[in-house]
Write a protein that binds this ligand. Structure first.
Ligand code: NAD
Length: 487
């Protein structure tokens, strides 16, 4: 199953490996070394048509399967992921760049998504609605049909599993488009679908960049769209979905505030916040982008966070360092540009601030763990998602001021507060405009079991937890006449 470097990888449509119609390929590379990993087909709009048609023709039989049986098959996919977890983690680490232990966690959670939703397959119940005595009114929950799923490059297999597991147990079939720089674990998933007994056409995987993504989101025969990625692309996806009146789930970016109150356990706050920004090289929608720190502990926080940043081992993902490289060249340039913006905006550069140099870094997209202090909310580095290992630290004096700073962004994904005062914590979490708020910890996208999504421009709908299933089911109301007087 492992991806080999000398092979060309094709599309997975209708349970078969299918050559892309224009026979064009992109080479994916290890972002730490530049080593070519595989050549991956660029799907065209015609290929998207074929994948959607395969998903459409597989849909009637899949939805008619007994729910318990759908659940069993989906559980098998989770088991297949567990069986091949070591290979998948190795591929993810090489393709995405992340440290091996972080890749292992991603794969473990990917398997968990299938296990969790498999158990839900026979519990997707409807309701009865009390009307008059001569009527029986019921709701049943039905799958939409074909779900199109567009995936970003920061948690490739994990986010694929997050979307397709609830879609499949609900009885939908799927067409997945992974990101162009991280398609390899999705291709390995194609093999696992066969191994797990997923019927042909229920899962289809089309590789390539923006063009096949746009073709999928504009497709007339897609019934539901799940998009995870940036706000601008999310806007484009929503506009094309409007043309076909297709429901969308959008999981978009963040600029997440972590408020440190004067009574916080500073050791723990520093640990959670530095972990929150440097894990996955800051390429996490739910990273701790903004530390909003009370003036009484501000200097000490910066000193300790700087110590952590300077102690991190940065290196090749498969060597399992603390931090790997950024994922690709274009993004490397974007993050370095943001660092220059921060310097030009007169934020104080406490540590980092440039690309890493030296023999082991020369062929990769390595950036120093970076901390800016004295950041003010009007700065671009306080407002825009950098998506790299760049922590911005902002001081405050009054609690209301901290909340104002926290909420003064267009995003509303995650947020957190560090304080030993429970009443204060509970009151502050109500005021933070984010769909996922943490107290004295930082849980990124939460757990498999907890609903996750965005307020404001961070998105629409919820993934994870039982709430995610709602995105993949439509309610049908059935009213039955029981009036025996009328024939
Ligand atoms: P992106 O928007 O550039 O790309 C995401 C996906 O969309 C890729 O597969 C890409 O090929 C595809 N795409 C590009 N143009 C398209 C178009 N016009 N129509 C349809 N599809 C198109 O995002 P990215 O750079 O891959 O990912 C980083 C972003 O994702 C960040 O903003 C991050 O915060 C966000 N993200 C959000 C969550 C969440 O759950 N909220 C999780 C992970 C990442």
């Amino acid at each position: 199953m492992a991806i080999t470097t000398d092979e060309r990888y094709q599309l997975f449509i209708g349970g078969e490996t299918v050559r892309a119609s224009e026979d064009e390929y992109t080479t994916t590379r290890n972002p730490a070394t530049g080593e070519p990993l595989a050549q991956v087909a660029e799907a065209t709009a015609d290929d998207i048509d074929d994948a959607v048609a395969a998903a459409r023709s597989a849909f009637p039989a899949w939805r008619k399967r007994d729910p318990v049986e759908r659940g069993r098959i989906v559980r098998e996919l989770g088991a297949a992921i567990r069986e091949h977890a070591a290979t998948l983690a190795d591929t993810e680490s090489r393709d995405q760049g992340k440290p091996l232990s972080q890749a292992r966690d991603d794969i473990d959670q990917a398997a968990r998504f299938f296990e969790y939703y498999a158990g839900a397959a026979d519990k997707l119940e409807g309701e009865s609605v009390p009307l008059t005595r001569d009527k029986l009114d019921l709701t049943v929950r039905e799958p939409y049909g074909v779900s199109g799923q567009i995936i970003p490059w920061n948690f490739p297999l994990n986010l694929t599993a997050r979307g397709i597991a609830p879609a499949l147990v609900a009885g939908n079939t799927v067409v997945i488009k992974p990101a162009p720089t991280t398609p390899l674990t999705a291709l390995e998933l194609a093999d696992l679908c066969e191994e797990a007994g997923i019927p042909d056409g229920v899962v289809n995987i089309v590789t390539g960049g923006a063009a096949p993504g746009a073709a999928l989101s504009a497709h007339e025969d897609i019934d539901q769209l799940t998009f995870t990625g940036s706000v601008p692309t999310g806007e484009a996806v929503m506009k094309s979905a409007a043309e076909t009146i297709t429901p969308v789930t959008l999981e978009l970016g963040g600029k997440n505030p972590a408020i440190v109150m004067p009574d916080a356990n500073l050791d723990e706050a520093v640990e959670w916040i530095t972990d929150g920004i440097f894990t996955n090289c800051g390429q996490t929608c739910s990273a701790t982008d903004r530390a909003i720190v009370h003036e009484s502990v501000y200097e000490e926080f910066i000193e300790r966070a700087t110590e952590v940043a300077e102690s991190l081992r940065v290196g090749v993902g498969t060597d399992d360092p603390d931090m790997g490289p950024l994922n690709h060249a274009e993004h490397f340039v974007t993050v370095l540009d943001y660092i220059e913006v921060g310097k030009a905006e007169d934020a104080t550069l406490e540590t980092g601030g440039k690309e890493l140099t030296g023999e082991q870094y020369d062929d990769g997209y390595f950036v120093e763990p970076t901390i800016f202090s004295d950041v003010t909310t009007d700065m671009r580095i306080a407002q825009e998602e950098i998506f790299g290992p760049v922590l911005t630290v902002m001081p405050f004096s009054e609690r209301e001021e901290a909340i104002d700073i926290a909420n003064d962004v267009e995003f509303g994904l995650t947020g957190g507060v560090f304080t030993e005062n429970v009443k204060q914590a509970l009151s502050m979490v109500r005021d933070i405009e984010a769909a996922n708020v943490y107290v004295n910890e930082w849980r990124f996208g939460g757990s498999v079991e907890t609903p996750f999504g965005g307020m404001k421009k961070s998105g629409i709908g919820r993934e994870k937890g039982m709430e995610a299933v709602d995105s993949y089911l439509e309610t049908k109301n059935i009213c039955i006449n029981l009036d025996e007087e009328r024939s």
